[in-house]
Design a binder for this molecule. Sequence first.
Ligand code: ADP
Ligand code: NI
Length: 222
Amino acid sequence: MSTTSKSEILERARLYVRQELGRDSSGHDWWHIVRITAMARRLAAEERADLFVCELAALLHDVADEKLNTSKEAGLGKVRSWLEQAEVGPADREHVMEIISTMSYGGGHGQPMRTLEGRVVQDADRLDALGAIGIARTFAYGGWKGSPMHDPELPPRERMTSEQYRSEQGTAINHFYEKLLKLKQRMNTDTARAIAEERHRFMEEFLEQFYREWDAEDANGL
Ligand code: ADP
Ligand code: NI
């Protein structure tokens, strides 16, 4: 029988994840976790999902990321060991493992998440790629990778193939077309869809202003 309370487990998870991710600048820093955990709680309440599983999966979801581990398997093994030593019950443990192992892999073309909790946590993670925060993360990631922010001489952004995109030709601006502007169609829950709608509009406005400034056509009323 597990003797550790759920709130104690969550507190331990926070300490563990904070120490694991620290000041990572590839977009998987501790504050990304704090934001998506808050969003997962909000969505879980609205959608009547299990709060404990949603919060725990949100906290741990990036510890297993391939970018931070030698392999996906190694990352998942690390999370499983942590869940075992933290005395998370077997049903919740398997559920959290299922969520984080299926969540972000497959570039959005994977199978739909099997459980409501999985759909909630995936939505929370996707929402953090949108809006003002999503814009900031995109440019931070571009800087980390050494990509230019924009290059008007590249093939028309809508027509760039994923091949070209991957071969280092990607720019931060291109990432909006490749991924961010498509995400609102991919939300699982109604609550996330409504939030995504607003964040999507904000990104569209941002892009319009970006191009106006790029072409010195902004502030036309002066
Ligand atoms: P997560 O695993 O949290 O869903 P990713 O690892 O895919 O996120 O990316 C982290 C952040 O960097 C996200 O905000 C994402 O939109 C952004 N990002 C991912 N790939 C690129 C790229 N090629 N250019 C610019 N930003 C990117
Ligand atoms: Ni994430």
